[in-house]
Design a protein around this ligand. Structure first.
Ligand code: DGJ
Length: 721
């Protein structure tokens, strides 16, 4: 078409009457390198529809032809009969909402990050809903959150306020949940969804997880597979009650509604106030779970996890080594052991504080954050100094959101404690939760960290624990707004964490919650790593790390070598070396060859951490499949890889197949070298010291498993010219 003709056509379109132009559906495309999420506005009724979610569509002409699909952010009270994304009660008692499209805008906020906002409004009431989508092109991650505002005369009550509603259409849906218990986290279980609703939720208040992690995996048409098939991985960034609702309707359509759990949490929204939901974060893969996880892991390192692209410190923790039974001399001796081991830091755990009620067990002392004089007569200062002299850093455990009923804090400030005024108190691990909806309490909790760092600037790291869910649910501060407690408590926590991050931007911290009770991506904006479980038995950890790896990169997961399992030290250390390596063990009780082995393993881990912690992960052999497990990491340019292979409980007479590797360059040559060998032993791997092409390693594979229970092999794979 020549330019004059084109100009004429544009002018003609511009002259068309507005209502005629409006007949054309507006198309809003949110896309990454591999995924498209497409909305259309129906010009007839002005409502917003999700037309498509799946593999990226690249032709505009095809997108034009997509059917409207299903209504996007469904409301309560109109003609939809299934679970709504939003439900409100207006000033006049009307319980309905009908959202119509008003406008949208898309902009690039940073190279590779695009933000789209769609504004919807009720046609009878001054209620606005803004849907936000942030798309990370290279990592194929889309974040969604919603903002709700109104200009009615008096507050409007929100009963449901989802972060996201996604529609899918497939023949069958397979949902994998990651449920469990203390010391038994993230058990993967896949079930087929049938008509009706399945909900994954928690009501723990101060932590997202104890029974069910805030993430899920959904496979379409076929069960989830590592290297093929359509998969949606989704998670919510909210360190409190969350809910995912999966509802299959009468037409076999699936809607996934994700957000804060609305249970006991209706929220009265003042005129002009904005309710911002947490972020729902998801990816969609047409190449199986492996790619989806690698996308999540890369995105976390590049955009979400605190210091995602910075190195991590190896450490020696004293929790399982001493529990509450320590004094200054013992700790200084353990620091010597840390230095001997070659780790970067000593981490002092629970039991160092409280004087009126010294923290000698878990029944007292939380809230009184001063060193116990009888245990540590020279205070933390002496310990920080000792660590520095030994050339290691000093880290400290705190549990600042909690209070023991036997504490000076409780005696002074019962009004700061979440508790029912007229009932007996119920305790979880003998403790209670401070009321973080109260700004005065937020100041106090922030002050714990700030005071410690002001007094002892040498503290280089915190392990921030949170052992109790909220019990006795009543906030003395919120008075007649009790249904705001679950939401405002979590927002209070974020206020505190934000202040700490502002003042101490380079402070690494571990997120811990009575094992793996907190592992969500909003909290991880403030924490460099999390504690996946109190269960440190390496066999269990193989399963636990496997489960979390679907969403989290190795560098975000602290993994410690302990004496929980009685397996060989090599097996325990090799399992922990797949994540952020640490130790929680008395080094002076190790045999000389065990210590020598650990020293070598620490050196290898530090040398290879750019691959293990910053590379791409490939899950090669699932512990759920059988008696073995294998995971490998490959550097982003594929010139170096590390393979971890484990025999858990091999069967007698089992025929072992070669293990095919992944993530290598087919046409490059790689030399294989078994590392982390016990002193005085030789590699028994036939491939040790040999060179193969990537093509061979990925198609033929290498014998990596054996018939010896709880044995392991670590292989360094290096590209050679
Ligand atoms: C629970 C944590 O998960 C443990 O690692 C340890 O820090 C204890 N709390 C201390 O009370």
């Amino acid at each position: 078409m020549n330019t004059r003709l084109l100009l004429l056509l544009c002018m003609m379109i511009a002259w068309l009457p507005a209502d005629l132009r409006a007949q054309e559906p507006k198309i809003i495309t949110i896309s990454t390198d591999d995924v498209s999420l497409i909305y259309k506005v129906n010009a007839q009724n002005g409502r917003l529809y999700q037309s498509y979610l799946g593999k990226k569509l690249s032709f505009e002409s095809d997108i034009q032809q997509l059917p409207f699909g299903r209504e996007a952010y469904l409301t309560h009270g109109m003609e939809d009969y299934f679970e709504p994304a939003i439900r409100v009660l207006h000033n006049d008692g009307n319980p309905s909402l009908l959202l119509k499209y008003v406008s949208h805008e898309s902009k690039q906020t940073q190279p590779g990050i695009n933000e789209t906002t769609i504004l919807l409004q009720d046609d009878q009431y001054p209620v606005e809903v803004k849907l936000h989508f942030i798309a990370y092109s290279k990592e194929n991650i889309i974040k969604e959150y919603t903002e709700i505002t109104h200009r009615e005369k008096k507050p409007v009550t929100l009963y449901n306020y989802a972060s996201s509603l996604l529609h899918l259409d497939a023949h069958t849906y397979y949902l994998t949940e990651f449920a469990g218990e203390w010391a038994h986290e993230v058990n993967m279980k896949e079930t087929e969804l049938a008509f009706g609703k399945k909900m994954l939720d928690t009501k723990l208040g101060s932590r997202a997880n104890m029974f069910c992690s805030p993430f899920f995996m959904l496979a379409l048409n076929e069960k989830a597979e590592e290297n093929q098939g359509e998969i949606l991985l989704g998670t919510i960034g909210w360190t409190g009650n969350y809910r995912f609702t999966f509802e299959v309707d009468n037409t076999n359509g699936l809607r996934i509604i994700s957000g804060i759990n609305p249970h006991a949490s209706e929220y009265t929204l003042k005129p002009g106030e904005t309710f911002r939901t947490p972020e729902f974060i998801f990816t969609y893969s047409t190449e199986g779970t492996g790619k989806a996880s690698r996308d999540f892991q890369r995105w976390a390192r590049n955009h979400q996890l605190k210091d995602g692209n910075k190195p991590r410190m190896t450490l020696l923790n004293n929790w399982e080594a001493t529990y509450f039974d320590f004094n200054e001399d013992k700790l200084i001796q353990i620091m010597d052991e840390a230095a001997e081991l070659g780790v970067d830091m000593f981490l002092l755990d629970d039991g160092w504080f409280g004087n009126k009620y010294p923290r000698k067990n878990d029944r007292q002392g939380l809230g009184d954050w001063e060193e116990t004089a009888t245990k540590l007569p020279n205070g933390l200062g002496k310990l920080v100094k000792a660590a520095t002299e030994k050339g290691i850093k000093f880290g400290l455990w705190i549990e600042p959101e909690m209070v023991s009923p036997k504490s000076e804090l409780y005696e002074k400030h019962k009004d700061w404690v979440i508790h029912l005024p007229n009932r007996d108190e119920y305790y979880f691990r003998n403790q209670m939760v401070l009321d973080l909806s109260n700004p005065e309490v937020q100041d106090y909790v922030y002050g714990i960290v700030d005071n410690l760092l002001t007094k002892y600037p040498g503290i280089a790291y915190f392990k921030w624990d949170c052992n109790s869910p909220i019990t006795n649910i009543y906030s003395p501060y919120l008075k007649d707004k009790q249904s705001h407690l679950y939401v405002d408590h979590v927002r209070g926590l974020y206020n505190i964490l934000e202040r700490i991050k502002q003042k101490y931007p380079n402070l690494p911290m571990m997120l811990c919650s009575g094992g793996g009770g907190r592992s969500d991506y909003e909290a991880l904006k403030y924490f460099t790593e999390f504690w996946p479980s109190d269960n440190t038995d390496p066999v269990e950890r193989i399963f636990i790390q496997w489960g979390y790896s679907h969403f989290f990169p190795a560098k975000s997961m602290a993994a410690h070598v302990t004496s929980w399992g009685k397996q060989p030290i090599k097996f325990r250390t090799d399992v922990a070396s797949m994540c952020k390596l640490g130790f929680d063990i008395r080094v002076n009780e190790m045999k000389p060859e065990e210590l020598q082995y650990c020293q070598e393993a620490v050196k290898n881990f530090k040398r290879l951490s750019p691959v293990i912690l910053d590379g791409d992960q490939y899950r090669l052999f699932s512990p759920y499949e059988g008696e073995h497990a294998a995971v490998m990491y490959s550097s982003l340019n594929k010139d170096k890889a590390v393979l971890f292979a484990f025999d858990i409980h091999p069967r007698y007479g089992e025929i072992l197949q070669p293990l095919r590797l992944q993530g290598l360059k087919a046409d490059a040559r790689y030399e294989l070298k078994e590392i982390n060998l016990m002193p005085g032993t030789q590699s028994r791997m036939a491939c040790n010291g040999k060179t193969y092409s990537g093509e061979y390693l990925m198609n033929v594979g290498i014998p990596a498993f054996t018939g010896a229970a709880t044995s392991s092999r670590v292989v360094e794979i290096t590209e050679v010219q």
